[in-house]
Design a protein around this ligand. Structure first.
Ligand code: FNR
Length: 182
């Protein structure tokens, strides 16, 4: 089964984006294996640190390179994606000539409590994900307004329409990985 490195752009314990990503992992588990990448111990990007690369940075690059694809699940902060995601992208993009994102099939989603469902954040993130050379699936899109009532106590998506919609998106991503992946 193809593996997907999942980068969640929120570090907080009760993150709705983490919950949403975990629900997607459950829903995808018969098609794709989601592996969550730890971003909480990455230092803020500093070129000088390459002299003695932090273990967290080397682990990030290894996790991305080992996966068949990557999925960004981003909150929206002030109409853009979060610094946690930007920092991870920058680290794994370097050192020069060793860009971990190159040619990696990728998808973006995210959730907010608000009606726009991270549309602005995802639109901004598309630019940088494309710049670092990942092969981004641009359609279909999922802008997800977080509503606790569509999940059960274990975080599985129970609402039938929501489940069918998200399952279709996962099918599309699995096909995208097969089509453009190495
Ligand atoms: C937000 N939030 C927010 N929501 C939104 O829909 N559009 C926005 O532009 C912003 N801006 C914003 C800025 C900052 C600094 C914070 C902390 C929050 C609200 C945000 O969607 C909400 O806090 C989510 O719960 C954050 O995601 P996690 O951490 O729960 O995954």
């Amino acid at each position: 089964m193809k593996t997907v490195a999942v980068l969640v752009g929120s570090l907080r314990r009760d993150s709705i984006n983490r919950k949403f990503a975990e629900s997607l992992a459950k829903l995808a588990s018969d098609r794709l294996k989601f592996q969550f990448v730890d971003l909480g111990d990455l230092p803020v990007y500093n070129e000088d640190l390459w002299a003695t690369p932090p273990a967290s940075v080397l682990r990030l690059k290894a996790d991305i390179e080992a996966a068949d694809a990557v999925l960004f699940v981003t909150p929206e902060y002030n109409r853009t994606f979060t610094p946690v995601i930007h920092n991870a992208i920058d680290w794994a993009n370097r050192p020069w000539g060793k860009n971990s994102w190159a040619g990696k099939p990728a998808a973006i989603t995210g959730t907010t409590p608000g009606a726009t469902g991270t549309a602005a954040a995802q639109n901004s993130l598309r630019n940088i994900v494309s710049v670092v050379g990942a092969y981004l699936m641009t359609q279909p899109e999922v802008y997800f307004t977080y509503k606790p009532e569509v999940f059960d106590a274990e975080g599985a998506i129970t609402n039938p329409e929501t489940r069918a919609f998200l399952s279709g998106w996962i099918d599309s991503f699995a096909r995208w990985i097969d089509r453009v992946g190495a």
